[in-house]
Ligand binder design. Structure first.
Ligand code: KG4
Ligand code: ZN
Length: 336
């Protein structure tokens, strides 16, 4: 007997609906991006995002159910946080309504748990594993030992990594979202032309061994841009490549500290920035000498989607979780 989950993701600027079963079949995976609505503002506008989720969600649910009858769904799930509250309310209300009318369980899923567990859907990985969560809102290193057991090892003390990519892209007039644009520019750039210093690296006190800081790097890039402006195409490519290479070095330095006194076999990188293939390849090359496998889900499952929310709900259900109460309120902030 398989268990089928229909899940809804509306925490940021993607409206997504998916149906996944516990045999790892992705029955439906629909993602409607709102990027075109937010692009002119250079970032996500919460009120516009919430309204856009409301406009399209019903139709996306219908599309997801094209080959599946509603009665065939065993559990319903929605991202309940962290995220923008207006969007969360739209998705959570829809999933709760479907659960209520069908009499099936409702699962309130943490968006970060979705990112954290996706690699177990796409790859054969057993617990425990180390997770580098690099998204628009987070930069954390966690030890994942069960679907609901996460130990925080290190995190950013200022900006998230996605935010840092987006801000640097904005300085280079590369548009929003910035991460993919920087990765594209960097392909034609010289990563050694600019040397940006590595934050926290020289300060070897215990807390700083595993934490991140990106605000100084952002300022260093801004000062460099001011120094050589006006920028030509090659300057933009070289700054992108040098910035991206610096990020690679920072991640490797922090992960080296973490694995130094732990027995780690797998590192999963998750979140939107995990879509960056330069970062993935750099980490994979570094990890070879430790015999560690570095895994990132396929790009379309790294950026926000509802497959990961469905899978997180199925993992929890397998772990004897009967579901959450329909009174479970969305949480704009929700630590793993
Ligand atoms: O996980 P995500 O889709 O949304 C959040 O939950 O935050 O992450 C979005 C972030 C954005 O900052 C975006 O610029 C970044 O992920 N991103 C990338 C790439 N693709 C998306 N950053 C670097 N390289 C990429 N290829
Ligand atoms: Zn995300």
């Amino acid at each position: 007997m398989t268990t089928k989950c229909l899940a809804i993701e509306t925490s940021c600027d993607e409206t997504a609906v998916a149906i996944v079963d516990d045999n790892k079949n992705i029955v439906a995976n629909i993602v409607k991006s709102q990027i075109d609505l937010h692009q002119i503002y250079g970032g996500v506008v919460p009120e516009i995002a919430a309204r856009a989720h409301l406009d399209v969600l019903d139709d996306l649910i219908k599309q997801a159910l094209v080959d599946t009858r509603l009665e065939q769904i065993d559990i319903f799930a929605a991202t309940c946080g962290p995220g923008l509250i207006g969007g969360l309310v739209v998705g959570v209300t829809a999933a709760k309504t479907l659960a209520a009318i069908t009499g099936k369980p409702f699962f309130a899923v943490n968006h970060l748990a979705g990112h954290a567990l996706t690699a177990r859907l796409t790859n054969q990985i057993s617990f425990p594993y180390l997770m580098l969560l690099i998204s628009g809102g987070h930069c954390q290193i966690l030890l994942v030992s069960q679907p609901e057991k996460y130990d925080l090892i290190g995190q950013t003390i200022d900006d998230s990594l996605g935010e840092c990519f987006d801000k640097v892209a904005q300085m280079l007039n590369l548009g929003y979202p910035g991460g993919p644009a920087i990765e594209k520019q960097a392909i034609n750039g010289n990563p050694n032309r600019f040397k940006f210093s590595l934050p926290l690296i020289s300060k070897k006190n215990h807390q700083n061994l595993f934490n991140f800081s990106f605000s100084g790097l952002k300022t260093a890039v801004r000062l460099q841009i001011e120094k050589i402006s006006p920028l030509n195409q090659q300057d933009i490519a070289d700054i992108s490549a040098s910035f991206q290479a610096t990020i690679g070095k920072i991640l490797i330095d922090r992960l080296s500290n973490v694995v130094a006194n732990r027995d780690i076999k797998n590192i999963v990188i998750a979140g939107g920035v995990a879509a960056n293939r330069y970062i993935l390849t750099s980490l994979q090359n570094w990890a070879k000498k430790y015999n560690i496998q570095v895994i990132a889900p396929p790009i379309k499952l790294c950026t926000d989607n509802a497959v990961m929310i469905a899978w997180a709900a199925l993992e929890r259900q397998k772990f004897d979780h009967v579901g959450d109460d329909l009174s479970f309120a969305p949480r704009p902030r929700w630590q793993l």
